[in-house]
Structures are given as C-alpha cells and as structure tokens.
Ligand binder design. Structure first.
Ligand code: FE2
Length: 326
C-alpha cells in the first residue's frame, strides 16, 4: 500500500509518500517566507496553492511511481491556520476524487508523534513538540493521545521569531539566537512561566526586550532566553513522564533542532534512567511524510472518511481523535 500525504498547517507545504513499512519514498516541501513580519495566513495559503501541484508531481517522480499507484490520499486536517488548512484539504479532496481513492484527514500533532515512533527506536514515548505555532507535551494513555502540558499563549518558535525581529536578527531567528547564546554567560532574570503543567512565553519576550533597552548584551539575552525556556520545557516534560511512568521522550517540531534544548532534555531523560529520541531533521519539521504515514496506519486500522468528514479544524485537539490503530 502506498499513501500520499499533504501537509499545510502553517508556513510549510509538503508532500510525502510512504509505503506500509514506513519507508519514505518521497518527502518534498516548500516553505513560505514572508518578506517582513510573521506569517500572513492568506499569503501562506496562496503560496501553498501555487506550489502544491508541483510538489505532488515532484514527490511522485522522486518516489519512482505513477500517481495511479497511490492507494490513499492523506492531508493535515488541523490544528493550524484556516486558509492554509482549507487550501491543502481542497487539493487532497481533488486528488482523492480524481484518482477515486480514499481520503484520510490527519491530526498534525499526532503525526509528529507517529512518525517519530516509526522512524526512531522509541516505542511509547512522551512527545515534546516544540515548533513555531505549537508547544505541547503529548503522550498516548488510556486510549487517547493526551496533552499533558501546552503553551497558554504563543508557540516557543513563534516567540523566538518575534524576539529575533525585535532584536534585528530577521525571520527564522532560532538558529541565530542559538549561535549568539553560545557567547552568553550571564543569566538574566526572566519570568519562569510554568503554570501547573502549562507554559507561557510572551512575558519572557517582553522581559527580554526590557533587558535589551537597559543595555544588556545580545548574547546574554539569547543565552538567558534559551536557558529559561528550555528549562521550562524540560520540567513539564519530566513531570509528564513521571506522572504516566514513561521513560522515553521523543522530540518533534522545528525548535528541537536546537542543540541546547536537546542537551537539556537528554540530561533530564538520562537522570530518570530514560532515553531521548530525535527523528532526522526533515521529519522533525512539518512535512508530508508524517501525514502520509499517520494516514497509512489510520487507514490500515479501518478509519474511513466521507468527503463531509474532511472539514478542516483550526483548533483540532489531539485528544479529540478516536484512536483505533494502537
Ligand atoms: Fe508541526
């Protein structure tokens, strides 16, 4: 069986093709890059509509198959930006109908977890999902994927990008912040915003900017922001692991490319006698292969959707999904 998955919850439009053994036959993507400011949902959707057909053709070609070899068409049904979700859902419906194949809508957050399980050695992990739009700690327990902790305001990557813009570092500031942080050594006071099991990041950005206007070094600001935010993420992840007695932690999302975050989470896991797992970079960021693979295991477990079931959901909650494939 061959599944084609289309991802398009935010700035990335991706098309992946997988087989039933989780071999990734193709994983093509194209990212919308705003000229200035953050993601404009309508512009990102326009980007996706312009590139999605090319990406499908490129994926089919690099998988060495024909479009008619695709058995199931999958797409990211949510959560995400409405215009982006609607654009890729329309593309997926059109493709499924024209090929006369089943269609499966996939929860984007669950896809990050399932592809990690398929492509690393972990079996039953707690997922720390840290990206631009999302920051969640998720695990499968009592028949559902449950959110143990999440951001109450913005995703951590979103905060890094906003901070980067304010500090004049440009868009996709994460790698630049990481580099500057290596030269920092003074831990500035920032709000450590862990509320129960949830997190908040916008106050940290405001406090960081206040440090800047008091003349603190850029390097120390980046260092302090990383130390504070990553300690918060590690704490919530550790408490989730302790609560449900799991020893594996899986990383997902663009922010987990950060080496300092990995080191902190790996240390935490190690101290608990556990292990950290990280998929290859192209599977950590938003991509079509994770949608294709999750759609594959859902379809294999008997999930069937009519076109009317494929309505997108901007606030699609992880724990809403009825899990029949585990
Ligand atoms: Fe994502």
């Amino acid at each position: 069986m061959i599944c084609l998955g289309i991802e398009g919850t935010a700035h990335t439009c991706g098309v992946g093709i997988v087989d039933e053994n989780a071999n990734i036959l193709a994983n093509e993507l194209d990212m919308y890059r705003p000229e200035r400011g953050g993601i404009h949902p309508r512009e990102a959707a326009n980007h996706h509509s312009e590139v999605v057909v090319t990406l499908i053709n490129r994926a089919v070609a690099s998988a060495g198959i024909q479009l008619r070899d695709v058995d199931v068409v999958c797409f990211s049904q949510g959560p995400g930006l409405g215009p982006c979700l609607r654009t890729v859902a329309t593309a997926a419906r059109a493709l499924a109908m024209s090929l006369d194949r089943p269609i499966v809508g996939v929860n984007h957050c669950i896809a990050h977890l399932e592809v990690g399980v398929a492509k690393t050695e972990c079996i039953d992990p707690v997922l720390l999902y840290a990206s631009g739009g999302n920051t969640q700690v998720i695990s499968f327990t009592n028949g559902r994927f449950r959110i143990f902790g999440e951001t109450l305001d913005i995703g951590i990557g979103n905060m890094f990008d906003k901070l980067g813009r304010e500090l004049g570092l440009g868009y996709y500031a994460g790698p630049k912040i990481e580099k500057l942080a290596l030269e920092g050594d003074k831990l500035l006071e920032l709000p450590y915003s862990v509320k129960g099991m949830d997190l908040a990041f916008s106050g940290i950005m405001t406090a960081a900017m206040a440090h800047r206007s008091r003349g603190e070094r850029l390097e120390d600001i980046c260092f302090s922001v990383q130390e504070t935010c990553f300690a918060m993420l590690s704490e919530v992840t550790e408490r989730a692991m302790a609560h449900i007695e799991k020893s594996e932690v899986l990383l997902g999302g663009g922010v987990v490319q950060n080496k300092r975050l990995r080191a902190m989470v790996a240390q935490m896991a190690h101290d608990r006698g556990g292990e950290m797992y990280v998929p290859e970079p192209k599977l950590c960021i938003d991509n079509g292969a994770m949608i294709a693979w999750t759609g594959m295991i859902m379809h294999r477990a008997g999930v069937r959707m009519k076109v009317e079931d494929t309505k997108v959901d901007q606030r699609f909650r992880t724990d809403e999904v009825e899990v029949t494939w585990r």
